[in-house]
Design a protein around this ligand. Structure first.
Ligand SMILES: Nc1nc2c(c(=O)[nH]1)N[C@H]1C(S)=C(S)[C@@H](COP(=O)(O)O)O[C@H]1N2
Ligand SMILES: [Mo]
Length: 352
């Protein structure tokens, strides 16, 4: 793992660790934290559901298992900071980790549907948003506060949104949010709140720092003030892709070479096509896409290219099911906090 920081723990695997597995092994799943992993014991833990509901609830894990049907979804998480290093190369982004292309991963999540829990509490008229609050205290906001965020009520009520206690059929590891985390497929990773202890139904987006002040896309010329409400709140993940193998900067005999990667599109879009170029985008060949295992999952792809002798920069670009194409250059998408670098993937190879 490349460890971007120890405290809080932020790490991503080498590209090679993601090759060949649509479901990411837990030891290769990136970890993104804004505070320390909270201590707590699962027996006394309760999920509070309150706000604009008829009947506020306080549910133990046993209550959740007993009162609601179990549900499973395969979904990709992607951090809004994934591939930030490509933006840092354009212009420095102080205070933000230069994540590579592997702050994204896919798991099969098991728990209960948030919609079922909201129905049990009874959402009242006038509700528009559902806020999730974790148990971890971050010192990024001043004064320090728990990590949180929200999604629109219409998304929260969709069957794919889970309160999950298992990941790839294993108990959810503490670093990934045990005893319970939210999983919001199609949205930036930040909305999938870990160690969730409160679900609050509201008539506005969450005022939590991580919704109101960060995870917002500011125009390139904006100053980072962290004043609430600036820029555009990130939600749906834009179409993106990158290479997984071979390694960036590696040498290979000139001639046929198989390259692999992933592509992902959020919202309710899926990946429709991936192209690879070895000549700077003059010509492209269509990559072979792996099966779509779930509407909420990435697709891995592979392509056998003819590697020229000498230094070559391979390019990859993906289209989603709305026919949106990744933008070409990181300069076009640079923003002061370094979110959502979905410019074309680039891989430097040396043909010998
Ligand atoms: N409570 C809590 N939930 C959180 C975070 C956090 O710091 N605290 N980080 C978020 C971010 S920014 C991302 S990208 C995902 C990462 O999930 P993972 O660490 O399980 O990969 O969790 C999200 N949920
Ligand atoms: Mo994130």
């Amino acid at each position: 793992m490349t460890v971007h920081s120890d405290q809080p723990f932020n790490a991503e695997p080498p590209r090679a660790a993601l090759v060949g597995a649509t479901l990411t092994p837990l030891d290769a799943f990136y970890s993104r934290n804004h505070g320390p992993v909270p201590e707590g014991d699962a027996a006394s833990w309760r999920l509070v559901v309150d706000g604009l509901v008829e009947t506020p609830l306080a549910l133990s894990l046993d209550d959740l298992r007993a009162r609601f049907p179990e549900a499973t979804e395969t979904a990709t998480l992607q951090c809004a900071g994934n591939r930030r290093e490509g933006l840092v190369a354009v212009r420095d982004i102080p205070g933000e980790a230069p994540w590579g292309p592997t702050a994204t991963a896919t798991a099969t999540w098991t728990g209960v549907r948030l919609a079922d829990v909201l129905a049990a509490a009874g959402v009242v008229d006038g509700a528009t948003d559902v806020e999730f609050l974790g148990a971890d205290l971050s010192d990024e906001p001043q004064p320090p506060d728990v990590f949180g965020g929200s999604v629109p009520l219409r998304k929260a009520g969709m069957p794919e949104v889970l309160l999950a206690w298992a990941m790839n059929d294993e108990p959810l590891p503490p670093i990934h949010g045990a005893p319970l985390r939210v999983v919001v497929p199609g949205y930036i990773g930040a909305r999938s709140v870990k160690w969730v202890q409160r679900v609050r139904v509201a008539d506005a987006p969450s005022p939590n720092f991580f919704q109101a002040s960060t995870y917002r896309l500011l125009p390139a010329d904006a100053e980072v003030t962290r004043a609430p409400g600036e820029g555009v709140a990130l939600g749906l993940v834009a179409v993106n892709s990158d290479f997984l193998s071979p390694d960036d900067g590696s040498s290979h005999p000139a001639g046929p070479l198989t390259v692999t990667g992933y592509a992902f599109a959020g919202g309710d879009r899926t990946v429709a096509r991936v192209d690879v170029s070895t000549d700077g985008g003059t010509s492209w060949s269509q990559a072979d896409l792996e099966e779509q295992v779930s509407p909420w999952a990435w697709r891995h792809w592979s392509s056998t290219v003819d590697l020229p002798r000498g230094e070559t920069e391979l390019l990859a670009r993906a289209w989603d099911s709305s026919a949106a194409l990744q933008p070409e250059r990181p300069e076009q998408v640079w923003n002061p906090k370094g979110y959502v670098n979905n410019s074309w993937a680039r891989l430097r190879l040396h043909g010998t």
